[in-house]
Ligand binder design. Sequence first.
Ligand SMILES: *Cc1c(COP(=O)(O)O)cnc(C)c1O
Length: 395
Amino acid sequence: MHGYAHLFVPGPTNVPEPVRQAMNLPMEDMRAPDFGAFVTPLLDDLRQVFRTRTGRVFVFPSSGTGAWEAAFTNTLSAGDKVLMSRFGQFSGLWVEMAERLGLRPEVVDVEWGKGVPVADYARILGADRAHEIRAVCVTQNETATGVTSDVQAVRAVLDDLGHPALLLVDGVSSIASIPFEMEAWGVDLAVAGSQKGFMLPAGLGLLGVSEKALEAARTATLRRAYFEFSDMIRLNDTGYFPYTPATQLLRGLRVSVDMLLAEGMEAVWTRQHHLAEGVRAAVQAWNGCAIVAAPGFRSDTVTTIRVPDGVDAIQVIRTAYERYRTSLGAGLARLSGKAFRIGHLGSLNEVMLLGAIGAAEMALLDSGARIEAGSGLAAAITHYRNAGTAQQKAA
Ligand SMILES: *Cc1c(COP(=O)(O)O)cnc(C)c1O
């Protein structure tokens, strides 16, 4: 097989060459006298990605799911009420975890394609005069449907009501990709994973923790061992970890954080938006296809595309993979067979996305969709050229 295989799933994302090379090094001693001098500035710089000055960032050897668990178990107690909403596979799994851990989630179900129901949250929190709800959960970017929610609006609700609940954000497919302001938005726990916006392999669960959440951890009694914050703090404060850290991944993380900060978080967010607009233009040009996310909720990191009636999205994905060596994201759960996803986060550029759009277009045609060959590509090309020119002029 000649040429590259193409990866356009919303995680794992493409690993930039400098990051990959930084991970290709001999094993090292994680207790070496100079290892701490590597770790301390890394943990410190990560705060710039999460956008917190007063909070701290923990890096666990786990996937994002582990960071979810760390967030819950360190700050809550058995039977605590938590306010959650479910509008896709990931927000749904988060609810399931809360149940398994013995929390009492109050769940608002929302139609898939929309996001966190701010008005419902306001009503429920307003009625909670006894402040029984200890945490409010927001999946900032629902990776199954390609929906972005308004975290700031939930903060405003809590502030207006003077409600003391912790604000927990699943930012696994949004942090390091789209606007996220841990401190300015008053987020208490922010969960991320290495294989999405951080452009690394899976294996690191990252967690931004506010002072208020650290305070809550002093009295929270859910069972925890591996994910205990206080163990992490004790060793991190010296530049080390309470167990063997994933040293290669940390070396890669050093380079990916350097890349993000050199570009500037605002510039990263702008680039992501620009790339996403091209994908959305393409989908809208495909006759019979539709963006699952409602207007106002459309994510700049992943687009979920409903295929025309009579077309099997599983066949589209299989054809893209087998015939065009291109991985597209599957439609998850109730969207299985009905939709596919284009992940457009991480280390990507316009030409790579034209490849994704071209492959999707060919696979759609091969699977019987009556779209016009080149229609999506033409729309994306027009967007990228025009918006690109405007960006160049502004620079
Ligand atoms: C990928 C993802 C997760 C799960 O992360 P893992 O690293 O697979 O454990 C959770 N939430 C969202 C929004 C995700 O995109």
